[in-house]
Design a protein around this ligand. Structure first.
Ligand code: NDP
Length: 246
């Protein structure tokens, strides 16, 4: 596991947007950020999941979160603009953005992968991350110290048979991260890096590996050290890196 111990007030006063915050790794990250003092903006498709996470953050006595229901597969450009306008109006800036939402899509050979399925995966995993990054960068640049974290995968660093659109989308995610990081390098207080969570006990992992005993993989809460490190001030000088949670 990535070796880092976050102090309790690491993210005090920070405004952090987490996509896919209603379950899995995104839920764990949203709660870890809130537990370390951040106001977390919970974005996801399923509003019920987001409301549950909101309630749990409130019950724990952490800073009050905000719920942002948005389907990243169907969201139109004006909805990203409206999101940025809302964040500017309510918070005045953004200190962190975790691109975590993702889908696997069919695990079939490329020859049998339909264009619709390919584009659906690219829409959620890549196009939405581009739209969010592009529209929210002006708000991130208003922060004293801002961090953008992209979520990759081992198949986003070396292609593997039958991982189809998902693997391609994760290579594109690394590419987007590298381009953004290079543009930001030395010109702003915003940094961008990627994290490969590694095998983690979530719905996605269970769907991708139906025959696997889920208990062999760590719970999302246990892979949080790298997510905290990259979101907080201790990684201020880290930019353009592809990191591993485990
Ligand atoms: P889950 O399937 O458990 O959760 C996926 C999350 O993405 C949910 O919060 C879901 O929101 C959100 N999401 C999916 N589609 C949309 C959409 N159209 N609009 C908005 N939100 C959406 O996945 P994990 O927690 O396992 O994965 C999180 C990230 O980590 C992903 O990027 C994944 O590729 C990556 N990863 C995971 C690994 C693992 O072993 N688990 C390994 C390597 C990488 P909702 O609840 O609203 O549907």
């Amino acid at each position: 596991m990535f070796d880092y111990s976050a102090r309790p007030d690491l993210l005090k006063g920070r405004i952090i947007l987490v996509t896919g915050a209603g379950r899995g790794i995104g839920e764990a990250a949203a709660k870890a950020y809130a537990a370390h003092g951040a106001t977390v903006l919970l974005l996801g498709k399923n509003e019920e999941n987001l409301n549950r996470v909101y309630d749990e953050i409130e019950a724990a006595g952490w800073p009050q979160a905000a719920v942002i229901p948005l389907n990243l597969e169907t969201a139109l450009p004006h909805q990203f603009d409206e999101l940025a306008a809302m964040i500017e109006r309510e918070f005045g800036r953004l200190d962190g953005l975790l691109h975590n939402a993702g889908i696997v899509g069919p695990r079939t050979p490329i020859e049998q992968l339909s264009g619709d399925n390919f584009m659906r995966v690219m829409q959620v995993n890549v196009n939405a991350a581009f739209m969010l990054t592009s529209t929210l960068l002006p708000l991130l640049k208003l922060s004293e110290d801002a961090s953008v974290i992209f979520t990759s995968s081992s198949v986003g660093r070396k292609g593997r048979a039958y991982w189809g659109a998902y693997a391609v989308s994760k290579f594109a995610t690394e590419g987007l991260m590298q381009v953004v990081a290079d543009e930001l390098d030395g010109t702003s207080r915003v940094r961008a890096n990627s994290v490969n969570p590694g095998a983690t006990r979530t719905d996605m992992r269970a769907k991708a590996y139906p025959g696997e005993n889920p208990s062999v993989n760590p719970l999302p809460e246990t892979i949080m050290p790298v997510y905290l490190y990259l979101m907080g001030p201790d990684s201020r000088d880290v930019n353009g890196q592809a990191m591993d949670a485990q």
